[in-house]
Write a protein that binds this ligand. Structure first.
Ligand code: HAM
Length: 441
């Protein structure tokens, strides 16, 4: 039995840890994220996408109507709570519904205008945590709103693949399918239900439940018996209406025109209900079970399902956490880790004030600089300890101020790579460092 004391200790321990499936991105990793984000932002701009900042939570109804009541996300994975005003709100499990809501609210696509928008940030899903799967995870997301033609679908697929190309991701596989539209899907659904009903004895409990509510999801069940049945199921792209079939042909032709390798996957249905026509994913062999680095597709009826006018759209979202994971596993470059350029050290107590002034001056000049700000236990640190710090943080330069330097209004500037040191007038230090850095490049 637990005593009151052990319970208290458990509570305190729990309070000192992030909740399960939630993690901190610490400095060791955050600079890599900054690199991925900068490459993403540049690629988005090259493809004509503008960044927007969307709210982290929305009315619950946006997701139940937009993403779909019968999806796993809405049924079991949302972080939903009642706010102090009695409204049901939900931490966004994805960004597409919010993006469409924002475009409608602000009239971004009125009078036949189209909008190419992107965003990034945390999403929340109560899933079972494992490698590459978290309860708070990050996505970058692009949505092309107001364009119905297949060129937009090809552009979206090309945009996601271009971001990954620039990041150096290798061994990726693009898989694509068409999931039809409300005109052709009911017919396919019937064919599919008939097929799965004839194989009922091989289906898992979950799939038997899905047979009524969402039979397309049986296609991507991972249970081996269901998977074997699904492998022989009729393909949706053989049951498309003329419009969806022509659209899919054009998407495939566009991908071929760009020399874009992809694989047709008749079992790709995606876990969100808003898709029409094109659906695709980009998979990495590096990730194990959670192998999708990105997923997306067309959603021509999403705007109407949340109470708006007809507004076609196509987009994708990539898992930021997973992209970083794959890059680390493949040993890809994240550019250079930003480091402190200059450490300013005081040789004795009398120099501390001058060190403070010089550090501030360098920072104002855009040169990153660090100084000894005193240690919590021991207060100001010795000159030797300061030089140790300069080495530890990998500073390229150390500026040393002592009695001699103070008397001459100068600073000893030491190149930490070559060991060379020079006496430089205090007001010239920033220029001196910049001149030498330029020569080093
Ligand atoms: P999704 O397939 O649910 O699509 O998510 C897109 C990507 O987010 C996944 O491929 C994966 O990389 C990442 N992801 C999803 N869940 C997790 C998780 N629990 N932990 C880590 N990463 C995760 C969507 O969200 C759609 N809104 C995509 C879209 C945009 N469709 C049209 N426009």
């Amino acid at each position: 039995m637990q005593t009151a004391d052990s319970k208290t200790i458990e509570t305190i321990e729990a309070q000192n840890k992030a909740p399960r499936g939630i993690r901190d991105i610490l400095p060791e990793e955050s600079w890599k994220w900054a690199y991925v984000l900068s490459v993403t932002a540049q690629t988005m701009a090259d493809f004509g996408y503008s960044e927007v900042y969307l709210p982290i939570f929305e009315h619950t109804e946006l997701f139940s109507r937009g993403v779909g009541d019968a999806t796993d996300i809405v049924e079991k994975e949302m972080y939903t709570f009642v706010d102090r005003g009695g409204r049901s709100v939900t931490l966004r499990p994805e960004a597409t519904a919010g993006m469409v809501r924002a475009a409608l609210e602000h009239g971004l696509c009125e009078q036949n205008m189209s909008s190419k928008l992107w965003c990034w940030g945390p999403m929340f899903r109560y899933e079972r945590p494992q490698k590459g799967r978290y309860r708070q995870f990050y996505q970058f997301d692009a949505e092309c709103l107001g364009l119905a033609g297949p060129v937009a679908d090809v552009e979206i697929i090309a945009l996601s693949a271009e971001i990954f190309r620039r990041l150096g991701l290798r061994n990726l596989e693009v898989v694509a399918n068409s999931v039809g539209c409300p005109k052709c899907r009911p017919q396919y659904r019937k064919v599919l239900v008939d097929y799965f009903t004839s194989k009922k004895s091989s289906l898992c409990e979950t799939c038997l439940g899905r047979l009524d509510r969402n039979p397309l999801r049986v296609l991507d069940c991972k249970v081996p018996e269901c998977s074997a049945v699904a492998d022989s199921a009729p393909a949706i792209y053989e049951h498309l209406c003329d419009e969806c079939a022509a659209h899919f042909e054009e998407v495939k032709a566009g991908l071929a025109r760009l020399n874009f390798p992809y694989k047709l996957d008749k079992r790709l249905v995606r876990g969100l209900d808003y898709y029409t026509k094109t659906a695709y994913e980009i998979l990495s062999g590096e990730l194990g079970a959670q192998n999708a680095v990105c997923g997306g597709g067309r959603y021509d009826n999403l705007a109407e399902s949340i109470g708006g006018p007809h507004l076609p759209g196509v987009g994708f979202a990539a898992g930021f956490d997973r992209v970083v994971l794959v890059m680390e596993q493949q040993g890809n470059s994240f550019g250079e880790r930003p480091r402190t350029e200059v450490y300013v050290a005081a040789q004795d107590e009398a120099a501390r004030g001058a060190v403070q002034i010089l550090t501030h001056k360098l920072r104002r000049e855009g040169i990153s600089a660090e100084q000894d700000a005193g240690d919590a236990l021991r207060g100001a640190r010795s000159f030797k300890a300061q030089m140790k710090s300069a080495n530890k943080i990998g500073a390229a330069w150390t500026c040393i101020v002592g009695a001699d330097e103070l008397a001459k209004g100068s600073v000893t500037v030491k190149n930490m790579t070559t060991g060379e040191q020079n006496l430089v007038a205090e007001e010239e230090v920033a220029n001196y460092i910049r001149r030498h850095e330029a020569r080093l490049i």
